[in-house]
Design a protein around this ligand. Structure first.
Ligand code: C2E
Ligand code: MG
Ligand code: MG
Ligand code: MG
Length: 281
């Protein structure tokens, strides 16, 4: 819920927003139940090396196995959840599930670094680094296997606070990745000052790779920037072999996308890992 504020910062009553939020109260209440009843599930999408085809990690992506509406995707409920306080326990829940899964894989002798998406509210929350530390410590999972994916938009919404939280997170030893890179309309100056490890090139640029000179030029520029700042790179949304090959030629180390694998259940991921990733591998 977001109150409309006038220019003096005083919340003003807006009946249309009220109708909107009472509808969403239903969804938020349902989400609360979904957490308690374990209806939220994570699917995992591998990130692979473009040169070896080896899996370098997986990204956890939330889905909701709704009792009446079937399998819901994040676009159906995450934007509303992010407008509500439910996003905080929801993020803790996702983090816990991802780390639990990591331990299950580890017990099966598969070391799979895992990435979790972090909403703006958590990135700017002073208690978030302690909650991450607790989630890791209570499970005995080393911080280095966890990547937190944040967006440029979160960073620009409050760069000073974001920087403080990111610094504490980095101090824990978790990896920090900028998701959907290139879409945030932000100044690039923050990149130098933030303690980041990875950039994920947004799929809108990957989609136009090869097709247009423009797409390729942007990907080249991001790769150049990442090299200069000593950041790792992942290309998102790789949908065909041509794009994967071209990314490798351009020097993009890692890739993720439907061509490699769609996000799948943990058990299906294990089956997928058992077979060669690339024909050339
Ligand atoms: P994202 O973090 O940028 O995740 C990538 C999205 O692109 C995923 O959609 C994934 O399924 C999709 N994708 C992957 N490869 C391809 C491809 O080759 N082509 C196309 N067209 N799409 C591809 P999904 O799972 O629907 O998630 C959408 C967004 O929802 C995510 O974008 C992320 O911002 C958010 N999200 C997902 N899980 C969580 C979560 O646990 N917490 C929060 N706060 N947000 C989440
Ligand atoms: Mg992501
Ligand atoms: Mg992304
Ligand atoms: Mg995205």
């Amino acid at each position: 819920y977001t109150a409309k504020r006038n220019r003096l910062g005083i919340a003003v009553y807006d009946p249309s927003a009220d109708r909107h939020s009472s509808q969403e109260l239903g969804l938020i209440g349902e989400l609360r139940r979904a957490i308690d009843e374990d209806e939220l599930v994570l699917h995992y999408q591998p990130k692979v090396s473009t040169s070896t085809g080896r899996v370098v990690g997986v990204e956890a992506l939330i889905r909701w196995q709704h009792p009446l509406r079937g399998l819901l995707f994040p676009g159906d409920f995450i934007p509303q959840a992010e407008e509500s306080e439910i996003i905080v326990p929801l993020t803790d829940h996702v983090l816990g599930m991802a780390l639990d899964q990591h331990r299950i894989w580890r017990a099966q002798d598969t070391l799979l670094p895992v990435a979790v998406n972090v909403p703006t509210v958590c990135l700017l929350d002073d208690t978030f680094p302690d909650r991450v530390a607790e989630a890791l410590a209570s499970r005995g999972v080393p911080a280095g296997v966890l990547t937190l994916e944040i967006t440029e938009t979160s960073i620009i919404s409050d760069p000073a606070q974001a920087s403080a939280i990111l610094t504490r997170l980095r101090g824990l030893g978790v990896r920090l990745s900028v998701d959907d890179f290139g879409t945030g309309y932000s100044s690039m100056s923050y990149l130098q000052s933030m303690p980041l490890h990875e950039l994920k090139i947004d799929r809108s640029f990957v989609r136009t790779l090869g097709e247009s000179h423009g797409g390729t030029a942007i990907v080249r520029a991001v790769l150049e920037l990442a090299r200069a700042l000593d950041l790792e790179v992942v290309a998102e949304g790789v949908e065909d072999e041509a794009a994967l090959v071209l990314l490798g030629q351009l020097g993009c180390a890692n890739a993720q996308g439907y061509h490699i694998s769609k996000p799948v259940r943990a058990t299906d991921l294990m089956a997928w890992l058992g077979r060669p990733v690339l024909e050339s591998a």
